[in-house]
Ligand binder design. Structure first.
Ligand code: SAH
Length: 351
């Protein structure tokens, strides 16, 4: 059944405040409603007991309060959990929860599919459907928090925008979502604990810097020459390496903050000693750390994962040049946790 009422979550805080005033409700109700939705996991207006009964009825008559449906949840032997959420229009998106020592990181999606068409990425192969709206981005955090609360488990500590989609291709909605995720009235997770990962959209990196939201920036570099990067990441034909690195250099960083460079290691493509040496030279003068990600293969992928020893060698060359380098293993392999895999499987099952 399609509800005629408008979802209250479609309104930003300022819009909600203005709308409430038009309805004759006091503006401070906006803060109370936001807190009920995002901090007390309310699913009805009836639950919002510090709001007068008459006003609750008025809200329920004007608005709906829908939540995305949980279509599927899986748990990997390494503790990684994957959630597939259904949206109002029938599309599905995935979020991955990754426990790591003292952290519990949620990896969220910013688009349904992706237009960037990186050749090593399964989401990129599947094409693009649409941008997510801001509340569909923040709802992933809300819904997983709700699940954890109901289990009595510890809450999410970190957020990475590294799921499906290119967050900077949907910057406006991503920024609104970040406001909900960071607001003390809503989800209350510090921007310092949020990382936005981009494939390198230069004008939008600048726009993010100007927007003044204090999130961490990660850049998927993945190659050390334009020739190779052009081949595996079409975005490079628009914004080649030198332009991208210049944007990274001028990106405003808070004290003690660094840019993360992600580097997916593809056997025989970008994993040579020369690549490691070139990478060390390219990153000179940028406050950064490097995450090496051995390629996570998927059915039909044209690339291979390098052997561990060449991953180690690549890491050591950078470490010897005083870079902080972590090898990020793909988590949750037994539940197909690499980008796009759960959605892919779910849709294969429907055919
Ligand atoms: N569009 C954004 C965020 C989504 S991709 C971006 O490009 O950064 C998140 C990370 O996963 C990127 O660093 C990407 O390079 C990496 N990635 C994509 N497919 C992968 C695969 N099959 N194996 C390993 N890493 C992959």
């Amino acid at each position: 059944m399609i509800s005629e009422k408008k979802s209250i979550k479609r309104l930003t805080f300022d819009e909600l405040q203005a709308t409430l005033e038009i309805m004759g409700l006091r503006g401070y109700r906006a803060g109370q409603i936001t807190s009920w939705i995002y901090q007390h996991y309310a699913v009805t207006f009836e639950e919002m007991t510090n709001i007068a009964k008459g006003e609750r009825d008025q809200l329920a008559a004007a608005f709906s309060l829908p939540a995305p449906s949980l279509l599927q949840a899986e748990r990997s032997s390494d503790g990684t959990r994957k959630f597939l959420f259904g949206l109002e229009d029938g599309h599905a998106i995935e979020s991955v929860l990754i426990p790591d020592d003292d952290r519990l990181t949620l990896c969220i999606s910013s688009q349904v599919g992706c237009q960037q068409a990186c050749r090593f990425c399964l989401t990129g192969q599947g094409g693009f459907a649409r941008n997510l709206l801001f509340y569909e981005i923040s709802d992933q955090v809300l819904e997983v928090s709700r699940i954890l609360r109901n289990e009595g488990s510890r809450g999410i500590t970190n957020i990475v925008l590294m799921g499906m989609g290119e967050p900077l291709a949907n910057l406006e909605e991503v920024l609104k979502a970040v406001r909900i995720i960071t607001s003390d009235r809503a989800l209350g997770i510090s921007g310092r604990r949020i990382t936005l990962s981009t494939d390198g959209l230069v004008p939008e990196i600048d726009a993010l810097g100007r927007a003044g939201v204090k999130v961490n920036l990660a850049v998927s570099l993945n190659a050390t020459t334009d020739e190779t990067r052009d081949r595996i990441m079409p975005v490079n034909r628009r914004y080649p390496l030198m332009e991208l690195l210049a944007a990274c250099k001028r990106f405003p960083l808070e004290p003690r903050r660094r840019i993360t460079f992600e580097y997916v290691l593809l056997k025989g493509i970008n994993d040579s000693e020369d690549d490691a040496l070139r990478l060390a030279r390219l990153l000179k003068g940028i406050k950064c750390k490097v995450n090496l990600i051995p390629f996570n293969p998927f059915p039909g992928s044209e690339f291979k994962r390098p052997v561990d020893i060449s991953v180690k060698r690549f890491q050591k060359i950078l470490q010897d040049r005083h870079y902080t380098v972590l090898v990020r293993e793909s988590r949750g392999r037994d539940i197909s946790a690499a980008c796009g895999q759960l959605r892919e499987r779910a849709s294969a099952g429907r055919h």
